[in-house]
Design a protein around this ligand. Structure first.
Ligand code: 5GP
Length: 194
């Protein structure tokens, strides 16, 4: 999506350790008009899928997921990072290793909000090693629900997540895929997409 690529070039900054900072429009301050264009694009890309729910993970996925959900006319569920986990049978749970915080979280979704008849689109801001998406897939499968696809704002194509998750036969649509980025020059190269 050219609009997003242009915005990343203009306002994104490349940090050491393969981290892209997009705080001015996506991760801290939010450009709602841009999110709306992204929501429209996800709706176009997944128009053929019978999606009845969007699943994301707190915190940074929630904003995008809400706007995507408006385009699909469906609710959003966000997986919560649990501090202490009470496995009382009321929740589905999994473990997710955070790329940015380098720690492992227990992540939960209430059984009230995911069930076997759900057809779910996973939405998140970034795809890096794919741990967050793996965890969300795990939650959906625990509920016996169907993963209809994965919609990502920014995929870092030089990390393994995208390849691995597509390798499972899942449809992953990323609005911008970064092939390379250089924290010294700040240069960013995007993968050409159809
Ligand atoms: P993964 O689980 O795929 O390794 O990482 C995805 C999660 O880590 C996303 O939910 C996102 O919040 C965070 N993340 C990964 N890479 C970046 C990055 O380069 N910049 C920012 N801002 N967040 C990232």
């Amino acid at each position: 999506m050219k609009l997003l690529e242009e915005r990343i070039r203009k306002d994104g900054s490349v940090k050491a350790g393969g981290v892209l900072k997009v705080d001015s429009f996506l991760n801290h301050q939010i450009d709602v008009d841009l999110f709306n264009e992204m929501g429209k694009e996800f709706k176009r890309l997944f128009a053929d899928r019978p999606i009845n729910k969007i699943l994301t993970i707190e915190a940074s996925g929630i904003g995008i997921a809400c706007i995507v959900a408006q385009h699909f006319g469906v609710p959003v569920v966000f997986a919560k990072k649990a501090k202490s986990i009470n496995l009382d049978g009321e929740v589905y749970s999994t473990k997710i290793e955070s790329f940015t915080h380098q720690r492992v979280y227990d992540v939960i979704v209430s059984k009230k909000f995911l069930s076997a008849d759900d057809h779910v689109l996973i939405v998140d801001d970034f795809l890096a090693n794919g741990c967050a998406v793996d965890g969300l897939i795990d939650l959906i499968r625990s509920a016996g629900a169907t993963v209809e696809g994965v919609g990502i704002a920014i995929e870092k194509g030089f990390q393994e997540g995208g390849k691995r998750i597509r390798g499972k036969g899942l449809r992953v649509e990323s609005l911008a895929i970064i092939e390379q980025m250089d924290d010294v020059t700040g240069e960013i190269t995007f993968r050409e997409q159809a």
